[in-house]
Design a protein around this ligand. Structure first.
Ligand code: FES
Length: 182
């Protein structure tokens, strides 16, 4: 497969806009986003909303996949604690979110690229605020470019292999010199 298919036009200087994958619970945040639209509350059009029946349905793999497929940020929106229609779905979300935060930190991915918010159905204004804040934070960080980073994988591994193969040779030469000197 040609790697050129992974590059996006959004990376042209001056035209880049952050892309956000937004996983919203049907019962609260999704309804709030709808309300924001109906109320003409203006929020940045950078979020691609994915509706789920509960934030607890957001498998950590979905988040990883979103980043791997080109998202610059991931937003998870769920019902406030105590309001989940499936009782404990959002507590599960919180535990997964904390695990993902640690994992992304280990991978060197900035904290602001993943956000969890409790937004009830009546909080259209909060949807607007959160999305606009996230767009501003991601714009400041710049593109994550994970697909592009993967596209240079072979090149990076070639360099690593070269460096790894040279290192023992240098050590060996040093040792050889020491033997001759003594
Ligand atoms: S139903 Fe909304 S978070 Fe569970």
């Amino acid at each position: 497969m040609s790697h050129s298919s992974l590059s996006t036009t959004s990376e042209k200087p001056g035209t880049w806009e952050p892309k956000i994958a937004a996983f919203f619970c049907n019962w609260c945040t999704y309804t709030a986003a709808d309300l924001a639209g109906v109320s003409r509350l203006k929020y940045a059009p950078n979020a691609r909303v994915i509706r789920l029946m509960c934030s607890g349905r957001v498998d950590p793999q979905f988040v990883v996949d979103a980043f791997a497929k080109g998202a610059d940020g991931v937003l998870i929106g769920g019902c406030h604690p105590g309001d989940c229609h499936y009782v404990e779905g959002n507590y599960k979300t919180l535990r997964r979110f904390e695990m993902l935060q640690r994992m992304l930190k280990d991978l060197g991915i900035e904290e602001a690229r993943l956000r969890l918010e409790w937004i009830s159905a009546s909080e259209g204004e909060k949807v607007k605020t959160v999305i606009n804040e996230m767009v501003a934070a991601l714009t400041a960080l710049g593109p994550l470019n994970l697909p592009q980073r993967f596209s240079t994988w072979d090149e990076e591994m070639d360099k690593l292999e070269e460096a790894a193969q040279q290192q023992p040779q240098a050590d060996h030469n040093e040792k050889t010199e020491v033997v001759h000197a003594s």
